[in-house]
Design a protein around this ligand. Sequence first.
Ligand SMILES: *Cc1c(COP(=O)(O)O)cnc(C)c1O
Length: 424
Amino acid sequence: MERDRRRVWHGFTQMAAYADNRPVIVERADGREVVDVDGRRYLDAISSLWVTTLGHRVAELDAALVAQAQRVAHTTLLGNGNSVVVELAEDLAAVVPVDDPRFLFASDGATAVEQALKIAFQYWWNRGVKGRDRYLVLGSAYHGDTIGSLSLGDGGFGTDLFDPLRFSGTRRTPGYRDPDWLAKARSVLDAEGAGLAAVVLEPVVQGAAGMYVADPEDVATLVRAAQDVGVLVVCDEVATGFGRTGAMFASDLAGLRPDLMCIGKGLAGGYLPMSATVASGRVAAAFDGADLGPRTFYHGHSFGGNALAAAVARRHLALFAEWDVLANVSARAAQLGAGLEASVADLPGVGQIRRCGLMAGIELDPPDDGLRWGRRVCAEAVEQGVLLRPLGDVVVLVPILTSTEAEIDRIVATLASAVETVCR
Ligand SMILES: *Cc1c(COP(=O)(O)O)cnc(C)c1O
């Protein structure tokens, strides 16, 4: 830990307090548990910040990675192709809810969002339409930490100091925590739709906001209204994609067909950094033109379409079907909901519980500021062998999709015990 503190700068972490917060230093993993340098085991109840889908050290994914390494690890997609990436794009095309989809690969979720917002902007430019340069975005939204994605996201998380760097072309209406969010978004859409390049939203679940869940029908209503007046719809499925909500994509829960979709996190099973911006064929067609001409999308990342990640992502997608992962998600999600209701909801100090599939947020309700209940409850759970991490005073549970019945019970029991210890 001392060597870590001296040389590694951890994201979203106050390094001066890092060591005092007793970080887990992982040395290896085993199924759904991580093992620290002292041999202590922790059940991973946050899917390593929402990226791990089927587990750590899945034999089939390990084998896909090794086999690809013996072919080629990486070649550029700028102007050239790679067969495993072609195969992945074809496999993904069969499952994403985007018409005639095209995949622009990158490495991180924020970058996938960055690409989507630039594609939406240039789409109108390429079509010669002037004045469609604003984005309708939601309160409490989180889309990543690059300047563009940060601009689409709402403030908070200590990012307000960057406000002068955020671009100004956003129109923000309240997020899912406001029961009237749909009506407010619609009224702006109705009044200002002609000036909008796109509506950008996290379909159904605003994860980083603290797991706020919208009625899928409401999301569908807004998306249909936007598409009816020609505004592009960008669904950020970086967190919700690949089974977390119980469907393959949250857009499926709402029956949406977004024009652009961002995927990341679980795309390669949590093994490797891979993301993609998915564009409909109609959007992509607006970029066709002369070689080296101005309609080209001049954007690309060195590691976009990494072959190792593509091989793992392909095998990962096949395993979803082979193992009927979504059936397990449904059963475990129902169990998690019932367990939280029975053992956690009525404990002193617990406020609202919000959940969609295997994404849950337990809002703690401390009597005073500065008690750091979120952090202390999670620290207590870690002490008891279940790895948790809070968002402020919201304890977030994002169990791995292949979790067993016994593991879900253990997560709920440990959380209940940690809440009782800290909040009593
Ligand atoms: C995590 C997340 C991102 C950012 O992804 P990174 O890979 O961390 O850059 C974007 N959007 C949503 C909804 C996310 O949950």
